[in-house]
Design a protein. Structure first.
Length: 219
């Protein structure tokens, strides 16, 4: 859906003009100018032309329609490192979206950049995240423990759901499946391949209780 963006406030402040002054010039109430500046009101063609004339600009220079970001996924931040936050071992991500439907997760792993393109797979990705029960990851009772001082944090926002989880020296039950999911969407196995320190920590932590047939594998 297109949203109207205006430069009314910007141009008005450049001229040190009050909202009431502009309203008087174009023959409307001050509340109309307020709503125009807040993007809550679309002007008639006549009003748009009157406002443009008041600023000595064309309609196109003041009013512009832009597509809204309709993506479901609004935030995805995953950071995983050793206790010293070493860049040599750290993994960090950031989400990028655009009005043309582009949805990408930018990744830095051991100093190397990667990209997961979710533009045509967003719904599938969200569904698989939900199957990993990430809503309940913010628990201090982890299934997997290690003594290596690893730290992780995960922030995810989609639809009306917001998740903030973090931990150290331990991992939720399906943490390994989460890593494998990211690798699958990336098409490369970077989340464990470049993480020998943490990989060994996880494997050592669960060697006594881990059941591959129930929770999945690491490779």
């Amino acid at each position: 859906m297109a949203k109207l963006k205006t430069r009314i406030k910007e141009l008005r402040l450049e001229l040190d003009m009050q909202q009431a002054e502009l309203a008087d010039i174009v023959g409307v109430r001050r509340e109309t100018i307020v709503n125009l500046e807040r993007g809550k009101y679309n002007p008639s063609l006549k009003l748009a032309m009157d406002i443009s004339k008041a600023f000595g600009k064309t309609v196109e220079e003041i009013f512009e329609f832009e597509d809204e970001d309709n993506s479901r996924l609004k935030e995805f931040r995953f950071r995983w490192s050793d206790a010293w936050n070493s860049d040599e071992t750290a993994i960090d991500t950031i989400l990028e979206t655009s009005s043309n439907g582009m949805i990408k997760i930018r990744i830095i792993s051991a100093g190397t950049p990667y990209t997961i393109d979710l533009s045509s797979r967003e719904n599938e990705f969200i569904q698989e995240l939900e199957e990993l029960d990430i809503k309940n990851w913010d628990s201090k009772e982890y299934y997997q423990f290690c003594e290596d001082g690893d730290r992780w944090m995960l922030y995810v926002t989609y639809d009306d759901v917001h998740i903030e989880s973090r931990g150290s020296n331990g991992y939720p039950k399906k943490f390994d499946k989460f890593l494998n999911l990211l690798d699958a969407y990336l098409g490369e196995k970077i989340f464990l391949r470049n993480r020998k320190y943490i990989q060994n920590g996880i494997k050592g932590a669960i060697s006594k209780t881990y059941k591959p047939e129930k929770y999945g594998t690491y490779a």
